[in-house]
Ligand binder design. Structure first.
Ligand SMILES: NC(=O)c1ccc[n+]([C@@H]2O[C@H](COP(=O)([O-])OP(=O)(O)OC[C@H]3O[C@@H](n4cnc5c(N)ncnc54)[C@H](OP(=O)(O)O)[C@@H]3O)[C@@H](O)[C@H]2O)c1
Length: 240
């Protein structure tokens, strides 16, 4: 049976703008008590928090495990619990794989894979000690399809998908761990590369943050019988 989000505490990382903001607004509309995480976008985070009925704000650089520990302690102190986690924060860069340096690699992996893992781990410690919970990792079409100029990003997101499967087993049945893989979700005028991807999308259009939020709400409210899954919200592009 689907569970209601009313009164449930959900932390959304990278919630200041774009997809994360859309997820936070949607969860608020569903009745959740949302914790807004941001790193550098303070003004946007304040605006999103206000739109989410005065939701509390938490700043942390997710590259750093000590900051992740502090973030979750602050959220748990504020609300007394944490029922859901949406790992949305990530970095995206483009570079010829022959040119990628160690710091280019770490720039992406330190947030997308390492940061996401330690957020899952820290959330799970609290959830396992209380009533369990739901974790949703935002991966990417790039974790399912190979994009040569984004090799490092694709590898990080494929890692998120496999981590989702492994952690789902590790923490069942108390915690479900699932993933949403967005296709093309542009903000502002798309560049030519993005326009070509949209043209290839079977749905014939780009997606919206609210369509990603639909899938997030589904996983946050689903029973413990749905875990370890990745749902592509991509207008069918992953099927080509
Ligand atoms: N947009 C798309 O078309 C698309 C497609 C496929 C997958 N996705 C995935 O969907 C999610 C959201 O996408 P988006 O385009 O909305 O993302 P985005 O705007 O590129 O990034 C979301 C947020 O991540 C936060 N972040 C980055 N580095 C951080 C760090 N070191 N510590 C803490 N937070 C950090 C940033 O917070 P601050 O701004 O506060 O620093 C940023 O606002 C990401 O996981 C992305 O990979 C997006």
């Amino acid at each position: 049976m689907m569970q209601s989000l009313k009164g449930r505490v959900v932390l959304v990382t990278g919630a200041a703008k774009r997809i994360g903001r859309g997820i936070a607004l949607r969860l608020t509309r569903e009745g959740a008590r949302v914790a807004i995480h941001y790193s550098t976008s303070e003004a946007e985070a304040r605006a999103t928090a206000a739109e989410c009925g005065g939701a509390p704000l938490f700043r942390a650089n997710l590259e750093n495990v000590a900051e992740i520990e502090r973030l979750f302690s602050e959220v748990e102190q504020h609300f007394g619990r944490l029922d859901g986690l949406v790992n949305n924060a990530a970095r995206f860069t483009r570079k010829d794989p022959l040119e990628i340096t160690e710091s280019d690699w770490d720039f992406v992996h330190s947030v997308n894979l390492k940061g996401t893992f330690f957020c899952c781990q820290r959330a799970a410690k609290g959830m396992l000690a209380r009533d369990g919970g739901h974790i949703v990792n935002i991966s990417s079409l790039g974790g399912l399809r190979a994009w040569p100029e984004h090799t490092h990003y694709c590898a990080s997101k494929a890692g998120v998908i496999m981590m989702t499967r492994a952690l789902a087993q590790a923490w069942a049945p108390k915690i479900t761990v699932n993933s949403v893989a967005p296709g093309v979700i542009p903000f502002g005028e798309p560049d030519d590369r993005v326009k070509r991807l949209i043209a290839k999308t079977p749905a014939g259009r780009a997606g919206t943050a609210d369509e990603i939020a639909d899938a997030v709400v589904f996983f946050l409210t689903a029973s413990d019988f749905i875990t370890g899954q990745t749902l592509a919200v991509d207008g069918g592009l992953s099927q080509k």
